[in-house]
Ligand binder design. Sequence first.
Ligand code: MG
Length: 384
Amino acid sequence: MQRIAVLGSTGSIGTSCLEVIGALPGRLSLQGVAARSSWQLLGRQCEQFAPRWAVLCDSTLRDVVPRNAFSSRTQLLFGEEGIERIASDPEVDTVVAGVVGAAGLRGTWVALEAGKRVCLANKETLVVAGSLVMDLARRRGAQLIPVDSEHSAIFQALQSGKSSEVRRIVLTASGGPFREATPEQLQQVTPEQALAHPTWNMGRKITIDSATMMNKALEIIEAKWLFGLRDDQIEVVVHPQSIVHSLVEFVDGSIIAQLSPPDMKLPIQYALTWPERIEGPSPRMDWRRRFDLQFEPPDLERFPALALGFEVAARGGTCGAVLNAANEAAVERFLARELGFCDIPRACRAVLEAHHFDPTPTLAELLRLDRWAREEIGRWKPSL
Ligand code: MG
């Protein structure tokens, strides 16, 4: 029996994760849940699963949440200390890091420090502090298993050979809703259009990132750290059907891919039960139906965010933290209609180029740059 804490349990990854845990009661048990502020949903999750702990990160809710919203079987904690408590609890074996953005770093860090298995759905953690996070996992003997569908696919495909036999990895990208849009159409994109993803049903921030292809940029950086690759070993191919989740090419020319319908329950379950595979609730491919799989090269001119991803992966150091924070803040300003769609990568590049680069930063320096980059984006104005 594996005892699990889910950080970000009310979000898109979190709710899929609870579906997997609910479907495998003999194998997985929910020990703790944490959310930022969605206390009603958190309360319902506690009613269904009766975990030992529930955490609301927003401590101002202490005076708002009625006591009867949570059953007496669950202890309710508030604030970041609550996250630290459940991420390091001796009765938790596995922590699912499903919080969006740089805000997810703290819980992941504490869980790795405690030597837990971390099922990482928060790519920003590795983008911000990849070298420090991987080093921490190694020192503490903690397992870091990817939940991001592309990285799960690569993790699975890598088991076909030795790491010295890998020539390159190929990340697949759906291309998002504007794959065929002209540069003129891209200028006019509204938040509503960008929030309608053709194949994946996800949270707001990652859906905008998919539309700009910044999501793929962050995944390039994530893959570099997670699998210890050189930046020239990572490629991106656009694959609109989101069936092939990524590929590994070995030195002999063999390519091993992982395929499944686009649904996060499978990579979540694999991360939880690895190295075993067990029957679960994920949807199956229907091979009686005809379908096509398309692949095409990405367009770095229409999607300049992707070029930023390759550059930041090559430079390393402080670049990941700056790009990530700049992007998070720029996405917020886009959703608030203060920036246009094409301003997102433009603003990110401007802030990235203005920052003082350090090839070997400390965690404190990265967190300081994270705040600085957000403020810079707040001041950034599109040139007319
Ligand atoms: Mg992904």
